[in-house]
Design a protein around this ligand. Structure first.
Ligand code: ZN
Ligand code: ZN
Length: 419
């Protein structure tokens, strides 16, 4: 098999083509589930390289697998979507997802050019995942109503469709906003779920016959109290945040309200706390409604799960980073308040997402710009490629999912809408 050094050399040889591709994808900024031109560029390249793929997965997702064996299965998850410009003149890749798309294609090309996939029973699947940004709900909810999607994010739909079944480990990378360093490794991302409870009762004249009504505002008030008492029962270090608001309730003062809507985000730093809190908030709402003879419908809009990274794979990532940067240029285990659907994958399969710097301007802002092309498009690709090489060439480096099927059922149960 090719040496790691020779494999990484293939990236240097392709440098010009890679940088050009990076610029093209950066200019091609499309919102989630609308990445049509981006997908065309990706599939044109895959066609040219003779790589088989599946497209239109979860509307605009693409999956290309190289390697024919049934051995260790590595997934590279790359986002494709952009954000709307603040000035209203179109979209911009202000989260740097175009860099991930470019990176995945660079890694894929080097692996096929190296011929190493023919000398192993391992497989590498490239997941070009749509719609990571949690935005544009009207468009996405319409796709959901029309049965094209089940969830608002790309990876969540791909998980539900079974695309990640059989994958042993997920690798990803994301641009970071750090200045003066090159990489970060072991970062966290927070998790959240959005919950909406509709209390349905019976309207009646509030003066003449209130006893004939069933007051939904009373039910919602009771549930608000139960939820605030519930917070007391969670360890304060788990980061549980519950801040319910009533977004609809009552109307006329002479009518007993027959519809009240309570909404809250459930936020936590780890899955166990997030799942437990979701179930217990549901119990508060359901039991309070029942106590007052009200109906209630709970809808969960799936947010993202917290990111928990594989320590073992991150050790490999870090060793590869150290080939191109000093230890002082690597930020270890930063805590991030941001969220991403890679967190959902990390619940099911050992996952890493390292960060690379080289951005000037602000994230999610029109000022976003790639400033260090070498780090974004070349060095970070070598870190990724080196890590894949380590996983393929040395069995002791490998990690595997535990209780995948069981966890997936539990996961889908949590994020699916329930009545
Ligand atoms: Zn973003
Ligand atoms: Zn992002």
């Amino acid at each position: 098999m090719i040496t790691k050094e020779d494999l990484l050399l293939l990236i240097d040889n392709e440098k010009e083509a890679i940088l050009q591709r990076g610029n093209e994808f950066f200019q091609c900024a499309e919102l989630g589930f609308r990445e049509v031109k981006t997908v065309k560029k990706i599939t044109d390249l895959l066609d040219a390289w003779g790589v088989p793929y599946e497209k239109d997965v979860a509307v605009t997702g693409v999956i290309a697998t190289i390697g024919k064996g049934n051995g260790y299965h590595i997934a590279f998850a790359a986002d494709m979507d952009a954000l709307p410009k603040k000035d209203g003149t179109g979209n911009i890749h202000s989260c740097g997802h175009s860099i991930q798309t470019t990176m995945a294609l660079s890694v894929l090309k080097a692996l096929i050019d190296s011929g190493m996939m023919e000398q192993t029973d391992c497989k590498v699947s490239f997941f070009f995942t749509p719609a990571e940004e949690f935005i544009d709900f009207e468009y996405r909810d319409d796709l959901i109503v029309r049965g094209k999607l089940e969830f608002r994010s790309g990876k969540q739909n791909m998980i539900a469709l079974g695309c990640f079944d059989g994958v042993d480990c997920v690798l990803s990378a994301h641009a970071n906003g750090d200045q003066g360093t090159k990489f970060d490794v072991g970062s966290t991302l927070a998790g959240f779920m959005a919950k909406k409870a509709v209390f349905v009762g019976r309207a009646a004249h509030s003066g003449a016959a209130p006893h004939l009504g069933r007051n939904t505002l009373h039910g919602a008030t009771l549930a608000m109290n139960a939820i605030s008492f519930l917070k007391d029962q969670f360890d304060p270090t788990k980061g549980l945040r519950l801040n319910p608001v009533l977004t609809e309730g009552g109307g006329s003062v002479n009518v007993i309200p027959d519809k009240t809507v309570l909404e809250t985000y459930v936020r936590a730093n780890d899955n166990e706390t997030l799942f437990e809190a979701c179930a217990r908030v549901d119990a508060c709402i359901e039991h309070c409604a029942k106590a007052l003879e009200l109906q209630c419908m709970i809808t969960n809009a799936a947010g993202y799960l917290p990111l928990k990274q594989s320590k073992k794979v991150n050790q490999l990532v870090k060793e590869n980073m150290l080939k191109f940067s000093g230890p002082e240029e690597i930020v270890e285990n930063p805590v991030s308040g941001a969220s991403g659907d890679v967190g959902d994958l990390s619940y099911l399969i050992p996952t890493v997402q390292f960060g690379f710097s080289g951005i000037k301007g602000r994230f999610h802002d029109d000022s976003f710009e790639v400033s260090d092309y070498e780090n974004c498009y070349i060095t970070s690709v070598k870190v990724m490629l080196g890590t894949i090489y380590d996983l393929i060439s040395e069995e002791n480096n490998r990690v595997f999912p535990k209780d995948y099927e069981q966890k997936k059922l539990k996961y889908l149960n949590i994020i699916r809408i329930k009545n």
